[in-house]
Each structure stands twice: as C-alpha cells, then as structure tokens.
Design a protein around this ligand. Structure first.
Ligand code: HEC
Ligand code: HEC
Length: 206
C-alpha cells in the first residue's frame, strides 16, 4: 500500500514536470540563485534575463555534458528534464535585463577595450561580436553581456584565461568556447587591470 502510494506520488510528480511552463519551472528551481525573472542580485550568479535562447541552451547542454563545470549547477542541471530546456530558455530570453553602472574611473579604459580592443597586445574589439550595445547576436548564439554583473564577467574572463593553458574544465577553468578557442585566446591576452575595467564597463553597458 505504502509503495503503491509512493509510486503514484512519483508518477504525479513526474507528469507535473511536463505540465509546467518554462516560467513555472524556472521559478521553482532556479530563482534562488538566478533571481526573479533571471535578474540575479549577487555577482557570483549570472543574470539570465534577456539572454538569447541559443546561447542559454548551449550552456545548459555544456553543463549537462561536463564541457562546462560548476559545482553549484550540478544538482539544478540534473533536475532539469531535456523537454524543459527550450521552454526555460525561451522564457528567459523574453525577460527584461536589469542594468548596473560602470565605475567612473574605469569607464575610459573599459570603453576603449570594448569598442576598439588593444592593438598592441592583439585583443580584438568585444563589440565586433557582442555588439556595440552588448546585446550579443541571438541567431549566432553570441551572448548578451550588457548589464551583466562585473564580478561574474571577471570570473569568466579569468576562467577562459586559465582555460587557455589547462584543457580540463573545473569550477575555475572554462574551456567550452569551441575548437576555435575564441574567448580563451582573447582572455589569454588580457591583463588583470584590463579585465577589471572592461567588466565594469559591461555592467553599465546597454
Ligand atoms: C545553487 C545556485 C544555482 C541554481 C539553483 C541554479 N544555478 Fe545556474 N548558475 C549558477 C552559477 C554559480 C553559475 C555560474 C557558473 C560559472 O561561474 O561558470 C550558473 C550559470 C548558469 C548559466 C550560464 C549563464 C551564462 O551567462 O553563461 C545558465 C544558463 C544557468 N546557470 C541556468 C540555470 C537554470 C536553468 C537553473 C534552474 C534549473 C539554474 N541555473 C539553477 C548557480 C545556480
Ligand atoms: C570573435 C567573436 C568574439 C569577440 C571578439 C569577443 N567575444 Fe566574448 N564570446 C564570444 C562567444 C562566441 C562566446 C560564447 C562561447 C560559448 O559558447 O561558450 C563569448 C563569451 C563571452 C563571455 C561569457 C559570457 C557569459 O555569460 O558567461 C564573456 C564574459 C565575454 N565573451 C567577454 C568578451 C570580452 C570582454 C571581449 C573583448 C575583450 C570579447 N568577449 C570578445 C565571442 C567573442
């Protein structure tokens, strides 16, 4: 009797997943870290609101396959059924992203790097791919950066930079930018003070 009841409850629970919308699933499973409508409040958790669906889906699949690694994302990704990935991504892509502000003393350098790169060290302009306003490129799956937490942007640039040397993904190493190593080769050329400036600029960009 107990087993039947448990079986029945499990059945109801699993059916329920498919009845949920992307919004309901996100609100129940992801808001604690990524914030209401995907506008997280803490810099260690990326904002997802307004991010393009193609990029979101790629990152989710990369976390699921282990190509991108983060300890905090393991349990949520295991709980995310494949049927729900597109629903959640579509929902997030339609939310309004919150924008921050750049630190006054970092704007000049940050803007120069973002819009022109650094010719001396071979850093290309971020705007060439992520667009001048930071909205990214939805059909190409290039992520929107505008308004993203500076702390998160910094952590990813450091992780790509480490990834240029170390091929294995871990919490502090990011290697999922493809065979062309687009972001790893760019981050490899960035100095710490440049990472701080461009991340601050991106937080206020829109
Ligand atoms: C316990 C906290 C936590 C929960 C819950 C959580 N995440 Fe995350 N998520 C993170 C962290 C931390 C990162 C950044 C990982 C890194 O630094 O590489 C992240 C990154 C992501 C990214 C990559 C964003 C980007 O800009 O590259 C996506 C997409 C994402 N999470 C989706 C989800 C979804 C969908 C759920 C719910 C099913 C979820 N997360 C639940 C902590 C969490
Ligand atoms: C040639 C195109 C290109 C250029 C130039 C470029 N990026 Fe990227 N960037 C990408 C792509 C593609 C990704 C996504 C990789 C993936 O799929 O995981 C990305 C990802 C990122 C991410 C991770 C976003 C997230 O939500 O986790 C950050 C941060 C970033 N880029 C910052 C920069 C900065 C800063 C510059 C300029 C110094 C720059 N990018 C220049 C193509 C580019």
């Amino acid at each position: 009797m107990k087993n039947t009841l448990l079986g029945l409850l499990t059945l109801v629970a699993s059916f329920n997943v498919f009845a949920q919308t992307g919004e309901e699933f996100f609100t129940a499973n992801c808001v604690a870290c990524h914030g209401e409508q995907g506008n997280s409040l803490a810099a260690s958790f990326p904002k997802l609101a307004g991010q393009n669906a193609k990029y979101l889906i790629k990152q989710i699949n990369d976390f699921k396959s282990g190509a991108r690694v983060n300890g905090l994302m393991v349990a949520p990704m295991a709980a995310l059924p494949d049927e729900m990935i597109n629903e959640v991504a579509q929902y997030l892509s339609k939310q309004n992203p919150s924008i921050g502000s750049a630190k006054a003393d970092l704007v000049e350098l940050g803007q120069m790097l973002y819009k022109a790169g650094n010719i001396e060290t071979g850093v290309p302009a971020c705007s060439a791919c992520h667009s001048p306003t930071g909205k990214g490129n939805a059909p190409g799956g290039i992520p929107m950066l505008s308004g993203q937490h500076a702390g998160y942007v910094e952590s990813q640039l450091y992780a790509y930079r480490l990834g240029a040397r170390d091929e294995s993904a871990s919490d502090s190493v990011r290697v999922n930018d493809g065979d062309t190593k687009i972001m790893r080769s760019i981050a490899f050329k960035l100095k710490d003070f440049e990472i701080e400036a461009v991340a601050s600029y991106i937080n206020g960009l829109h």
